[in-house]
Design a protein around this ligand. Structure first.
Ligand code: GDP
Ligand code: MG
Length: 713
């Protein structure tokens, strides 16, 4: 009987199949969150197998444990500080040499390691044979073959992990990387020195710590400084002596020499355990890449895929969207009829259902968009897209990888900003997060359609297209500007990995898609709900308005006279006037009039100002606010809002200015919350709000005042 839970951490290179194996083991019993303090995704799951409670952790994918990236720091800290009972290193058997680098580093730590030789099918099909017994013997580590996407070998892997966790044996110190004599000498001298000079126990394996100090590992140094105070100076002095000695000896930094020696060690292992069959299989991936990353056709094909993605997202998505929309309308019609008039009914119908309903209907589009993105990712195409865009992105001083989040920004900035998690460098991430909101999101489209359709009817399409282009150009310009001011310095060196193409697994596609949509729904639902209620309150109060005339009495008067037709028109006119006056005298109207002076120089009146303000909750709401404020929504008059806008003080010039402002001004609440979460910094969040709104105001000012000077209206 075992009371204790066994903690198993899955480590491995990106794309080695960790998440696939994690999903196979845990199924749906998983918790997705972030690692404390950083924005790296943490997946944890628990399961009961073979009489043991197992907790499985999917560590971020890393190529080494040298703390260059957040992922590497997170993975290393977890292994060292949380001491999981077993670390399973998921090794891409078709790429053994690269995978073994991490494996040898794990082997230097005090943890029980087990190797899963995953992608065994790919290795076999390439004619690579791996002698698992030999490998196991050479590194003194249990080795199991697995095929993650076919769920093969996972049970043996778990059994081996439990056996290893239960075993009492000490972790063998022998079968590790042996460095050259000079380095080994320095390691053991340093190790002795530390053991003699420090009384307190450090949470590290001493040999490992000595190695890290010789490599000048900043994090280990910092830990030692904190733990030992003044004593650390002595240690660091000793480390310097050794580093200097090694530098003289090898004429190169010790960390470089040690890396080389690890690769030498690995090359030795490979020689021992791998045999390549002579019959060479044609490498399918390479053949596909001849076309998809071709200099001439690669880019057009990429554009075609993107076009198909958006086309499907909007065209196919529009059907379920209509169903949901009619569902929402049906619900509010039923409630309209069945509930007695009350403040609560008003809140429910005009606040909650109108607000939340308008967002819920986008769920199908979001699911489709995410399905496409999951397919691009899981097949390996996303890496090719990044590769193709690399040249263009270098104009902004960013890598091709940053293009992926920007692309997603056309859909919605929230998942787009979350997608920046794939970027290694923190600087690149923040820069990408700052420029992504300029990619005009789908929620702004209804605004453009309404305004361009009303004021530029003949050229509406061109105007909307130009607005999108302006967004892209401004993101490139600001990107360049920030890169040369706020984010100076060399960008992190970066190798574009092109993982082999794979047929995606339906299960993992669905998990990917659902993970993201769920988060989206939760966040949007919460924020939209609160936002809608606030907008509603502002338009619904105060209740006791001092109207300029008694509308009811006027209506009664009309009822007593005129013909039927005249009567109807007159009553409609009065009702609209009443609604308009109510809007003007509501809290919203008062707020609008207060902030209007700020917007006057860019040609936007108080109604426009207030609509922009509500757009802060969600951009879609701008259109509904116009609807409420222009008070012309008449069911039997389809172009009512258009006509009301044309009749108002708004001109094509001010409409253009308004659209420009909408394109650029501060992101919606959900995006701001996401920026806050993903940058982990209030400073950058505020910066994003302030600079986007200032640029929006200035751009709109130039358009409006420039247009006026040119005599446009
Ligand atoms: P991670 O980055 O390590 O989490 O890797 P994933 O679990 O996301 O896997 C990357 C891709 O490899 C997915 O498309 C999997 O379906 C695929 N995959 C995982 N294991 C195997 C395997 O054993 N053989 C093959 N052919 N594909 C696999
Ligand atoms: Mg993964």
């Amino acid at each position: 009987m075992h009371k204790k839970t066994i903690t198993i951490a899955l480590a491995g290179n990106p794309n080695s199949g960790k998440t696939t194996i994690f999903n196979n083991i845990t199924g749906t019993r998983q918790k997705v969150g972030n690692w404390p303090g950083v924005t790296v995704e943490k997946k944890e799951g628990s399961v009961r197998k073979y009489g043991h409670d197992l907790t499985i952790i999917d560590l971020p994918g890393t190529y080494s444990l040298t703390p260059f990236s957040i992922e590497e720091i997170v993975a290393r800290d977890f292994v060292i500080e949380e001491s999981p009972d077993v670390v399973i290193d998921i090794i891409d058997a078709s790429n053994l040499e690269r995978s073994l680098y991490l494996a040898t580093q794990l082997r230097e730590l005090d943890c029980k390691v087990l190797f899963a030789l995953n992608m065994a099918d790919v290795a076999t099909s390439r004619g690579t044979k791996i002698d698992a017994n030999k490998l196991s013997e050479l590194l003194d580590v249990p080795v199991v073959f697995t095929i993650g996407n076919k769920n093969t070998g996972i049970d043996s892997l778990l059994k081996a992990a439990i056996k290893l966790a239960d075993s009492k044996s000490k972790i063998s110190q022998k079968r590790k990387v042996k460095y050259s004599n000079d380095i080994e000498n320095s390691i053991s001298k340093l190790q002795n020195f530390i053991e003699e000079h420090i009384e307190q126990t450090l949470p590290y394996n001493m040999r490992w710590m000595a190695i890290k100090l010789l490599e000048n590992d900043k994090i280990v140094r910092e830990h030692i400084r904190q733990k030992t105070g003044n004593k650390s100076l002595e240690i660091f002095r000793e480390v310097e002596t050794h580093r200097k000695h090694l530098l003289d000896r090898f004429d190169d930094d010790p960390e470089i020499v040690m890396t080389d020696e690890r690769y030498g060690f690995i090359a030795g292992i490979i020689k021992e355990v791998v045999t390549k069959s002579t019959k060479r299989r044609i490498d399918t991936s390479r053949n596909i890449d001849l076309v998809l990353t071709n200099r001439f056709v690669g880019f057009p094909i990429f554009i075609l895929f993107i076009w198909i993605m958006f086309q499907t997202t909007f065209a196919v998505g529009s059907y379920p969207m209509e169903w949901l929309d009619s569902g929402v309308n049906w619900l509010s019609a039923i409630l309209e009829l069945s509930l007695p008039d009350s403040l609560f009914k008003d809140l429910l119908l005009n606040g909650i259902i109108a607000g939340v309903g308008s967002v819920i209907i986008f769920l199908p589009n979001i699911l489709i968009l995410f399905l496409f993105i999951a397919i691009f990712e899981d097949t390996g195409y996303m890496a090719r897209a990044a590769f193709l865009m690399d040249k263009i992105m270098h104009l902004i001083g960013l890598h091709g990888k940053s293009f992926i989040p920007m692309l997603m920004g056309f859909g919605c900035s929230v998942p787009a900003i979350m997608a920046t998690r794939t970027l290694e460098s923190n600087k690149d991430r923040i820069l990408t997060i700052l420029i992504t909101p300029f990619m005009s999101c789908s929620a702004k489209l209804p605004i453009y359609i309404l305004l361009a359709g009303t004021f530029f009817s003949a050229n509406a399409g061109t105007v909307i297209f130009l607005i999108y282009i302006t967004g892209i150009i401004l993101s490139i310009i600001t990107g360049r500007l920030f890169r040369s001011t706020l984010f100076k310095g060399a960008d992190a060196p970066f190798v574009m990995e092109l993982p082999p193409y794979r047929i995606p697994m339906i299960k993992s596609l669905i998990i990917h898609m659902w993970d993201r949509s769920k988060m989206f729904l939760k966040k949007m639902g919460g924020i939209i709900l609160v936002g809608s209620v606030i907008v509603w309150m502002l338009t619904a109060f105060p209740r006791n308005i001092n109207y300029s005339m008694d509308y009811n009495e006027e209506i009664n008067k009309i009822n007593a006279s005129f013909t039927e037709k005249q009567k109807k028109a007159a009553i409609t006119k009065l009702k609209l006037a009443e609604k308009a006056e109510k809007a003007e005298k509501s809290l919203m109207g008062r707020i609008g009039k207060t902030i209007a002076p700020v917007f006057a120089p860019i040609g936007i009146d108080w109604r426009g100002s207030v609509a922009l303000l509500t757009g802060f909750v969600a951009k879609e709401i701008v259109v509904s606010t116009f609807g409420i404020l222009y008070a012309s929504e008449e069911a039997d008059e389809p172009d009512a809002l258009k006509n009301a806008l044309l009749a108002s003080e708004m001109t094509s010039l001010s409409a253009l200015s308004l659209m420009m402002f909408v394109l650029l001004y501060l992101p919606c609440v959900a995006t701001i919350a996401t920026i806050r979460r993903e940058t982990g910094s209030m400073k950058w969040t505020l910066f994003s709000i302030v600079y986007s709104t200032s640029i929006a105001w200035m751009a709109a000012f130039c358009i409006y005042q420039g247009g006026k000077i040119l005599g446009l209206t």
